[in-house]
Ligand binder design. Structure first.
Ligand code: NAD
Ligand code: ZN
Length: 248
């Protein structure tokens, strides 16, 4: 692993066009559980039942009580970890250009990255089903479930639920920057949620080097990734950044 960290540092230090794709794993060390894998939310509940737009429309109170309330709690307490901090430092060093994240927790922006594409939207706001008004999640009162907007409409997270489309502007821009980058870091994503899962494939086909950081192998590992550094995102990125700083 030591060697791969040095190799990644070299690959990054000589590139000026690096993009990172992150998934739930990047926030695990901040105390936010991933959906899949060990300790994932999916071990307790069925995603199609609770994070699908049809389920929400059928029974918003149930989805609020079982999933959204807990997400609000966990995300409000979370702080950026060494993975987010390391990626912000790579931007400061002029290496990392953009972050494409599937996460909705806002931790990349909090750590200091300035160009973050929130592929699946954000949990920082809730949106009214009736008038579309957005309300900061931290200001939403949970005395009544489901919570409502002042117009009486039900509030829902401002993120993409299963069964919904990715905002076209995110799809377009992610596709463009992934086809233009020299190196793509793929951190903490199981790479099975379509269409985010094709972002590294697009990058690879356009000639980018793909470096994965994940404690477990993914469907990308054998076919798409040039190599995988198997470890926790925070620990690995901290070491990579220290090595990069020695090389600059
Ligand atoms: P996922 O839940 O499908 O997979 C998580 C991945 O992270 C796995 O491959 C796992 O091996 C890896 N992982 C676990 N611990 C890690 C660590 N310490 N360091 C690095 N990697 C680690 O996540 P996904 O692929 O992002 O897709 C699921 C969807 O769920 C995404 O759309 C995402 O928006 C959403 N989600 C978001 C959050 C969040 O905002 N923090 C949390 C859970 C789920
Ligand atoms: Zn409203």
């Amino acid at each position: 692993m030591e060697n791969l960290i040095k190799k990644a540092a070299k690959d990054l230090a000589k590139s000026k066009k690096v993009v990172v794709l992150t998934g739930a794993g990047v926030s695990v060390e901040s105390g936010i559980p991933p959906f899949r894998g060990k300790g994932g939310i999916w071990e307790k509940i069925d995603p199609m039942e609770f994070a699908h737009i049809d389920s929400f429309m059928r029974d918003p109170a149930k989805v609020w009580n079982i999933l959204i309330r807990e997400m609000k709690d966990v995300i409000e307490k979370a702080k950026p970890n060494n993975a987010h901090i390391g990626l912000a430092r790579l931007e400061e060093l002029g290496i990392l250009k953009s972050v494409i994240t599937q996460n909705v927790d806002g931790l990349h922006q909090l750590a200091g990255n300035t160009d973050v594409i929130e592929f699946h939207g954000t949990f920082a706001f809730q949106r009214c089903l009736k008038c579309e008004k957005k309300i900061e999640t931290s200001k939403v009162c949970l005395d009544e479930i489901p919570p409502k907007c002042e117009c009486g409409g039900i509030l829902r997270p401002d993120c993409v639920l299963f069964g919904e489309m990715i905002p076209p502007e995110h799809l377009f821009r992610s596709g463009k920057i992934s086809r233009e980058c020299e190196v793509m870091l793929v951190v903490g994503t199981s790479a099975v949620v379509y269409p985010a899962s094709i972002i590294p494939v697009d990058a690879k086909e356009s000639g980018a080097k793909i470096i994965e950081i994940n404690p477990e192998k993914t469907p990308l590992t054998e076919n798409i990734s040039d190599y995988i550094i198997m470890g926790n995102a925070g620990e690995v990125l901290k070491e990579i950044v220290s090595e990069v700083e020695l090389l600059l």
